[in-house]
Design a protein. Structure first.
Length: 187
């Protein structure tokens, strides 16, 4: 059974990106899904002085271990002023103090949504250019524009967008199968 971590890169209790991540994860057959709530990773603002004073917070190690144990990651990025939320950027800063290879080469389905028509494209593009420097293996990506028009309790209501997500999910699932094949060859 594949172990997938899914989260919205926001600490909002009503995060539409967390909703999208959970929806996408629910569509992966036979997977064990761990949904992470970034509200549980409210770390002190990173600085070398804070690190020298308190060390690396336990929650940072816990998150890093979850990534290490996962077969794949589904991350839906919230966009604040065209880039990552402060809580997510701060988490990355702390994680990089453990290991610069934050994402550990795990296959990633990278997503974003927003209430607006661009669907978080700016933050999605920023992550697509930045994540590879942290061993981010982005195998598929998806942007859902106008969340409140295109999503309901039953999922994505726009059939073209729903099909696009299904296609990206197929790529992601295939990448998980390839990881298993490589792992079994090595053992």
């Amino acid at each position: 059974m594949k172990k997938i971590i899914a989260f919205g890169a926001s600490s909002s209790r009503k995060s539409i990106n967390k909703t999208l991540a959970i929806h996408a994860a629910s569509k992966v057959p036979g997977a064990s899904i761990t949904v992470i709530d970034l509200a549980n990773y409210m770390l002190p603002l990173y600085s070398v002085d804070v690190e020298a004073e308190i060390g690396i917070p336990d929650a940072t190690h816990q998150f890093s271990e979850l990534v290490e144990l996962a077969d794949g990651l589904m991350i839906s990025l919230a966009e604040h002023n065209g880039t990552y939320t402060a809580v997510f950027k701060n988490l990355i800063d702390w994680l990089s103090r453990i290991d610069m290879n934050v994402w550990k080469g795990k296959p990633i389905l990278l997503m974003a949504t927003s209430p607006g028509g661009r669907g978080g494209e700016s933050v999605l593009n920023a992550a697509k250019s930045y994540f590879p420097f942290m061993e981010g293996n982005i195998v598929a990506d998806f942007s859902l524009p106008s969340f409140y028009d295109n999503f309901s309790n039953s999922g994505i209501v726009n059939s073209a967008l729903a099909l696009q997500l299904d296609e990206e999910l197929a790529v992601f699932v295939h990448s998980l199968e390839k990881v298993e094949t490589v792992s079994s060859i090595k053992t």
